[in-house]
Design a protein around this ligand. Structure first.
Ligand code: IPM
Ligand code: MG
Length: 369
């Protein structure tokens, strides 16, 4: 097997601390499973701006394109809040998504049994919850033209954004969703607003066509986005895979994430199209942000980043056994009662970022050393 090129962009805030725990797992894999990665590191976000005057240098962008996978920590913080739009830390992340053509954003929302009580919903509504949101990431109103703010002849101002999708954009994201569903609960909810938007009508027709031609074995339901938001908090376990556009996906994934009780637990993957050899450009990152208020204090929860690394093993490298091992280690450590501050519950043991990382490695030793 050729060595996989992994680019680590730890970023700002708690990014470096949580990423240090991934490094422990990487070291463990080298030692105990003889799996080595060709790891390089770079800067993204505010730290890159401080050093180079830009949230992402062309060189780092190229490194990301050349890597087999990118693992990102978090970007942003109050220090950079007042920068001009083009220099803001978030622009580094948006450029990575756009220039790597990462059209498929996978946002799983699952509830560990040990944490079911941390949800704001009743425990029995969320216990065992396992949803995969597939968000289109490079199209729709985020990038549609025309866009802008103009002043009309009468002096009034007018702001414009365009919701636009072409058939190939819809088909390729729906294809990702059906493929995922085939390996999970075999159910897809396709979400749009076909009752008011032509782009939604097209979305619905194309998803249905793809389903009929290629995935008749998968149950497909169409749902309006507002209803989906309601159903997510009413009866979330009806969902397996949800496929939706960029903006609805942004909203619904936050809603679904909160069902699980802790943003500190959720990983994500952003994938590009498969090349001739079946490989996809890919970026993995925790759903949480840079949490500047607790940065540098060894308080952050490293599990979302560790689980993002697990998604990388699974989706980019086909290392299913190792990904399962890591997922199980996380589950066991939680079952054992260890908690970082964000998921602390009465009667459990509060531990630091470092101790959580060390505990995961010890659990890996027990499971698969
Ligand atoms: C997300 C975020 C981003 C988005 C922001 C930071 C640009 O909300 O990843 O969900 O809207 O896509
Ligand atoms: Mg968002």
């Amino acid at each position: 097997m050729t060595t996989k090129k992994l680019l680590i962009l730890a970023g700002d805030g708690i990014g470096p601390e949580v990423m240090a725990q991934v490094q422990r797992v990487i070291d463990w894999m080298a030692k105990k499973r003889r799996i080595t990665f060709d790891v390089s590191e770079g800067l993204v976000g505010g730290c890159s701006y401080d050093k180079y005057g830009t949230p992402l240098t062309d060189q780092t962008m190229q490194q990301a394109i050349d890597a087999d996978a990118v693992l990102l920590g978090a970007v942003g913080g109050p220090k950079w809040d007042n920068l001009p739009f083009a220099d803001k830390p978030e622009r580094g992340l948006l450029r990575l998504r756009k220039d790597m053509k990462l059209f498929a954003n996978l946002r799983p929302a699952f509830v560990f049994d040990a944490l079911a009580e941390a949800s704001s919903l009743k425990t029995d509504l969320v216990k065992g919850l396992d949803i995969m949101i597939v968000r289109e990431l490079t199209g729709g109103v985020y990038f549609g033209e025309p866009r802008g703010i103009e002043t009309l002849p009468n002096g009034e101002r007018r702001g414009v954004n365009t919701q636009v999708y072409t058939t190939h954009e819809i088909v390729r994201i729906a294809d990702v969703a059906f493929e995922l569903a085939a390996k999970r609960g075999k159910k897809v909810h396709s979400v749009e607003k076909a009752n008011v938007m032509e782009s939604g009508v097209l979305w619905r027709e194309e998803v249905q066509k793809l389903h009929d031609a290629k995935y008749p074995g998968i149950a497909l339901e169409h749902m309006y986005a507002d209803n989906c938001a309601m159903q997510l908090v009413r009866r979330p376990k009806q969902f397996d895979v949800i496929v939706t556009d960029n903006l609805f996906g942004d909203l619904l994934s936050d809603c679904a994430a909160m069902l699980t009780g802790s943003l500190g637990m959720l990983p994500s993957a952003s994938l590009g199209a498969a090349d001739a050899a079946g490989n996809r450009k890919a970026l993995y990152e925790p759903v949480h942000g840079s949490a500047p208020d607790i940065a540098g204090k060894d308080l952050a929860n490293p599990l979302a980043t560790l689980l993002s690394f697990g998604m990388m093993l699974r989706y980019s490298f086909g290392m299913t056994a190792e990904a399962d091992l890591l997922d199980t280690a996380v589950k066991n450590v939680l079952d054992g009662g260890l908690r970082t501050a964000d998921i602390m519950q009465p009667g459990k043991a509060k531990v630091s970022t470092t101790v959580m990382g060390e505990s995961i490695v010890r659990e890996l030793d027990k499971l698969g050393g």
